[in-house]
Design a protein around this ligand. Structure first.
Ligand SMILES: NC(=O)C1=CN([C@@H]2O[C@H](COP(=O)(O)OP(=O)(O)OC[C@H]3O[C@@H](n4cnc5c(N)ncnc54)[C@H](O)[C@@H]3O)[C@@H](O)[C@H]2O)[C@@H](O)CC1
Length: 483
């Protein structure tokens, strides 16, 4: 698991650490790690010696890191130029170090550069980029290096222009090939559109770990977490004790949603899938191992329900939703089931002891919460989770999972391939299966989003993917991940 911390918590930890160290130690550690990474990147274009390096230097310590790293590269023979965005407020010691190592300042953007270091602004950023910085950021994509290649862009700590604590990108921002960050990850590295601006994120250890005592703002699962959590059958397993998942999905109008949620559920860890709804005949025809009935009340025992994908909002759909909520097992509500909650008709039914999971996309979120998820998607998801006392999985490029207690996860495996009709139905089935297999709701949501994202990527390898292909890709992904 990776974790990211908010700026205020990072600053508090840095303060504690700095009190124990000679002045400038942390900045030296940061700059050394940064320079080392830059040197490795320059190897690909002919080495450090003779390389043209452009430093974009803002007025804070982020600019200081950049100047010291530039000095180290200049000492190894790179031609280093520093473009100072606020010459009257530059980090003076960093500038002196650069000059002493043979680096220069410049007032214009050079025509050639092998490497650009973005030290305009780091965790001290407030608001969007100022106009001068924005204009420079727009043109760094045009810079070419000594072999004609596009200049490699390295962001120092975070790409300038992103909102560090939320991952929001309010305007122009740097798009980095590599982001070298210090001490710990910050939310912008893993959440929202900012995460995509970071490129490859590299963490330089500056000794912050032992003093970083605050809870992380957001957690990110890795392969090893999913492998550790994923239920597997053992010698004593049978189809019932592996868990049975119930699906109340699809309708006469949307039978496909029933089939896709079933396909998702069948790829999950449960021993059996029960389907209840008007598409029962189609489901059994397509998936003979499924036990199907027309109504939830006749479906038989399950250990969790997934309800709502393609369910419609008819009287029949309302009965299905009420029946599912009346059970004492974990329930996942997706799509139309979320829409049905709007208006409060089911407020009493939602008061249940067993876990509840909601999987809205932005439109459903807005309908239910009465507001957009907003620029801070983590806070938006957490608010809805607290309000509904449910685990909320807010779909998006970096899907967010939030618990009522405020624990937040960001999914790192998202893929544009998942922006296709029916892919959410597959996710609902898979997540339902994980709930039925006994995973705590938050892990079920995190693991389902993770595997679903990988399945989207896998399916897209063969060209534009449809939801049945995403469902079919879950098994090969699991074979690699949890075999
Ligand atoms: N505090 C520490 O112990 C360490 C800090 N380090 C570096 O220090 C950085 C934080 O330094 P600072 O607190 O000085 O803050 P920054 O350097 O991130 O930015 C603050 C400066 O940028 C200006 N600014 C703010 N928003 C702006 C915007 N939108 N556009 C243009 N200019 C803007 C402000 O006027 C201020 O002068 C970190 O990101 C990291 O790079 C590292 O050296 C590691 C140790």
């Amino acid at each position: 698991m990776r974790q990211a911390w908010r700026v205020a918590d990072v600053r508090a930890a840095e303060k504690t650490l700095m009190a124990t160290l000679p002045e400038g130690t942390l900045m030296r550690r940061a700059a050394t790690g940064l320079a080392r990474r830059c040197a490795l990147l320059l190897e690909a274009t002919g080495g450090v010696y003779g390389a043209r390096v452009l430093l974009l230097v803002g007025s804070g310590d982020n600019g200081g890191d950049t100047l010291y790293a530039g000095a180290m590269l200049a000492a190894r023979g790179a031609q280093v130029r520093a473009l100072l965005l606020s010459p009257d407020r530059v980090h003076l010691a960093g500038l002196a170090a650069l000059r002493q190592a043979g680096g220069f300042t410049t007032v214009d953007l050079p025509t050639r550069s092998d490497l650009v270091l973005d030290g305009i602004v780091g965790i001290g950023a407030s608001g969007g980029l100022r106009p001068l910085a924005a204009a420079i950021v727009k043109s760094i994509g045009d810079l070419r290096g000594r072999t004609g290649q596009r200049a490699v862009v390295v962001a120092v700590d975070v790409p300038s222009g992103v909102t560090v604590d939320t991952g929001h990108v309010p305007g122009d921002a740097v798009t980095a090939d590599v982001t070298v960050t210090f001490g710990c990850l910050k939310p912008a590295h893993v959440v929202g559109p900012a995460a995509a601006r970071c490129g490859q994120v590299e963490l330089v250890d500056i000794g912050l770990g032992p003093v970083l005592v605050a809870d992380p703002a957001v957690r990110v699962a890795e392969d090893a977490d999913i492998a550790a959590w994923w239920p597997r059958p053992g010698a004593a397993s049978d189809k019932y004790n592996r868990g049975v998942v119930g699906l109340a999905t699809g309708s006469a109008r949307y039978p496909g949603a029933a089939l896709l949620s079933t396909a998702g559920a069948l790829a999950g860890p449960t021993g059996m899938v029960r389907y209840a709804g008007s598409a029962h005949q189609e489901v059994v025809r397509a998936h003979p191992s499924v036990v199907a009935a027309p109504k939830v009340a006749d479906a038989g025992r399950v250990q969790a329900w997934a309800c709502g994908s393609g369910l419609g909002t008819t009287a029949e759909a309302r009965t299905a939703l009420r029946s599912v909520l009346a059970t004492s097992v974990p329930v996942l509500l997706d799509a139309d089931a979320i829409t049905l909650l709007v208006g409060g008709e089911y407020a009493e039914d939602l008061r249940r002891d067993a876990p509840l999971v909601l999987t809205p996309h932005d439109g459903e979120f807005k309908r239910l919460a009465g507001e957009e998820p907003g620029a801070d998607r983590m806070a938006g998801a957490a608010r809805l989770a607290a309000w509904t006392n449910a685990v909320v999985l807010l779909k998006g490029d970096r899907t967010i999972v939030a618990t009522p207690g405020g624990e937040i996860w960001a999914n790192p495996t998202g893929s544009p391939a998942l922006a296709t009709a029916g892919s959410g139905d597959v996710l609902a089935g898979l997540l339902g299966s994980l709930l039925a297999a006994g995973l705590p709701a938050v892990r079920a949501a995190v693991a389902a989003a993770y595997v679903h994202g990988l399945a989207g990527r896998h399916a897209a390898l063969g060209g534009p993917a449809t939801a049945p292909e995403v469902a079919a890709a879950v098994r090969p992904v699991l074979a690699r991940l949890v075999a």
